[in-house]
Structures are given as structure tokens and as C-alpha cells.
Design a protein around this ligand. Structure first.
Ligand code: FAD
Length: 304
């Protein structure tokens, strides 16, 4: 691993010889739904899988650390910004190609738009995700889900780039996706996915989307800055309920507060910093642990 102070210079030397678009000093509070986080020193915005694979190969060979950014809807970023190169899927967002029941789509494509496209094409299987503000790549990596739906259930294959730059088309099967994680993705970059959906009357698909939408609006702090659920549900349990029953709705640290609409959401009331959100997460975990004996595991991904 390259020493912390050297990784930027090392990365710049590699990127000087690459055709991948590079952004510098990008404030991540503007690219995350929670609205917290300092600048990323280097953000790569590849538009071609081969270009990205080559850069990843060279970064890995030089032990330059890097990680992946989708829509930033499940991230808590430190005020100093991440201490690694950020690779964004934003440029890999080609429109979905729909053939009968399969949909091929790029990692950077927004999930809410994909859900609408599938509905218009008379395809069912991802309407549960209409209110999940992630990218395809991030939703595959997190195996995003709601109620009985999970993104992984719809995935037939996906293009993965290993950290050493090897590109594979992975066939999804048993064990590829689990609750809010994807062992089959591991630490690889997801560049694109092929979904297999079911033909259905578009009006019925849209009606289910409407029901999901209404339920979401009634049960989550929509409109406020947040990162979705902070904690995973423990086996057989419900994190939001445990937090609520521990009397923690409305608990605040500075400008970060536990939502009084859904206890598993932390809301940035405006200008919250990393320390405030992280301290509030710790307080909630400690308090729930003390009262129930259950230690909650975070779902939100922390970047430092
Ligand atoms: C209002 C709101 C409601 C939400 N509701 C839900 C819900 O109902 N269910 C649910 O599961 N989640 C929900 N979320 C959380 C979030 O939307 C999902 O986890 C989403 O799938 C994350 O996708 P993203 O593109 O934003 O990922 P990011 O936040 O950008 O990244 C999340 C993780 O995925 C990795 N990643 C991102 N892109 C890639 C890629 N191309 N390849 C490999 N790894 C990648 C990142 O490195 C990081 O580890 C909600 C969030 C908000 C703000």
C-alpha cells in the first residue's frame, strides 16, 4: 500500500497516461444523499469498461487505494474526504437495451428511471425499487431491497472488473446475493448488468409501483437529506422497531437527528458533519445494545 501522503502523486502519474476523464477536488457532500463529506481528491469517470480495467490494473499494481461511487445514496463520507481514488459509474450509464424479458443496463443508470422503463415495456420484477435512489451498480453491490423484493433476484448476469483489472461476465446463482450484500460481487466493480424480468400488463406494474410509492411516502422521511436505513435488520428482527422501542426517535447530535418518521433513518437537518452523524450512529447502537442485547450492524457504508 502506498503511504497516505503519496497516493495522490502516484495516482496522478498513472492517470497522466490514461484517457479516462478525471475530476479533482470534488465535494462529496454534493454527491451523497445525506449531504455530508469533504472533497474527493481524484474522481475517475470512465466511459468504457476496457479503459477502466486498464486504469484499475495500473492503480492496483502501484498499490494506490481506490473505491467505487454510484449515486451516493448509501454513503457517509468523512469531512476530510476519502483517502483513496474514487471511481464513479456516472459515465457508464447507457440507456437500457430491452429484448423480450431481458434488460441490459449500465452500472451508472439510475434505478428509479430503470423501474419506469421496465414498467413501460410491460416487465415486472423490480417495481419494489421505484423509490430506491441508487445506481444499478450500487444497488447490485448492496443487493438493495424493500419488503419481499431484492435487486439480486432480478439479476441474470453482470459484468465485473476485479481490482486487478480482470473483466468477467458473472452468471448469478445461489449465494451470489444475500441480505444487503453480494458475495458474488465481492470487492469488484460492477460495470453493467442483465436483468431477467417477467412480462406483465404495464397497468398492473404501475399500480404496484403506486402502492409501493404511497407506502414509502407514508413511512419514510422523504424530502429530508438521509442515506436510507442506517442499520441492517438483525436476524428475525427489525432495526427501526428496536430503535423506536428504545425511545430514540428525535435523538440528536448537533445537526444530525434520528428521524421521527422512521427510526432507522438519520436525517441531516442542514450542515451536519461526519462527526455528528458518526457519534449519533454510535449512540443509537450503544443504547439499543444496552436495552435489548442486540448489537446492530451498519448498512450505510462509511468512507474515511
Ligand atoms: C431515501 C432513500 C431510500 C432508500 N431506500 C432503500 C430501500 O428501500 N432499500 C435499500 O436496500 N436501500 C435503500 N436506500 C439506500 C440506497 O439507495 C441503496 O443502498 C442503493 O442501492 C445504493 O446505490 P448507490 O448507487 O447510491 O450506491 P453508493 O451509495 O454510491 O455506494 C454504496 C456501496 O456500493 C458500492 N458501489 C457503488 N457503485 C458500485 C459499482 N458500480 N460496483 C461496485 N460497487 C459499487 C460503493 O463502493 C459502496 O460500498 C435508500 C436510500 C435513500 C436515500
Amino acid at each position: 500500500m502506498v503511504a497516505a501522503k503519496d497516493w495522490v502523486a502516484e495516482a496522478e502519474a498513472i492517470l497522466g497516461e490514461s484517457s479516462v476523464r478525471v475530476l479533482r477536488d470534488v465535494p462529496l457532500r454534493a454527491r451523497t444523499s445525506l449531504g455530508v463529506g469533504g472533497p474527493a481528491r481524484i474522481v475517475l469517470v470512465p466511459e468504457r469498461v476496457e479503459d477502466l480495467a486498464q486504469v484499475m490494473r495500473r492503480l492496483a499494481a502501484a498499490s494506490v487505494p481506490f473505491d467505487f461511487l454510484g449515486a451516493g445514496s448509501n454513503l457517509l463520507v468523512a469531512d476530510e474526504g476519502p483517502s483513496f481514488v474514487v471511481i464513479s459509474s456516472q459515465g457508464l450509464d447507457a440507456e437500457p437495451v430491452i429484448e423480450k424479458e431481458t434488460v441490459r443496463v449500465g452500472a451508472g443508470y439510475p434505478v428509479p428511471r430503470l423501474v419506469k422503463r421496465a414498467a413501460s415495456a410491460g416487465l415486472s420484477g423490480i417495481e419494489f425499487a421505484e423509490g430506491i435512489p441508487g445506481s444499478v451498480g450500487g444497488s447490485l453491490r448492496m443487493n438493495a431491497g424493500w419488503h419481499e423484493g431484492m435487486f439480486g433476484h432480478a439479476v441474470a448476469t453482470f459484468t465485473a472488473i476485479s481490482r486487478r483489472g480482470q473483466v468477467d461476465e458473472v452468471v448469478a446463482g445461489p449465494g451470489t446475493f444475500e441480505y444487503r450484500k453480494s458475495p458474488g460481487v465481492g470487492d469488484r466493480f460492477v460495470a453493467a448488468a442483465t436483468l431477467r424480468l417477467r412480462p406483465e400488463d404495464p397497468a398492473l406494474v404501475r399500480e404496484r409501483m403506486r402502492v409501493y410509492h404511497d407506502h414509502r411516502v407514508g413511512s419514510q422521511p422523504t424530502g429530508a437529506k438521509n442515506a436510507g436505513c442506517i442499520f441492517k435488520n438483525p436476524p428475525g428482527g427489525h432495526a427501526g422497531r428496536l430503535i423506536d422501542e428504545s425511545g430514540l426517535k428525535g435523538l440528536a447530535v448537533g445537526r444530525a437527528i434520528v428521524s421521527d418518521v422512521h427510526a432507522n433513518f438519520i436525517v441531516n437537518r442542514g450542515g451536519a458533519n461526519y462527526g455528528e452523524v458518526a457519534a449519533l450512529i454510535d449512540r443509537v447502537r450503544d443504547e439499543v445494545g444496552r436495552r435489548t442485547g442486540i448489537v446492530l450492524e451498519t448498512e450505510v457504508v462509511v468512507w474515511r
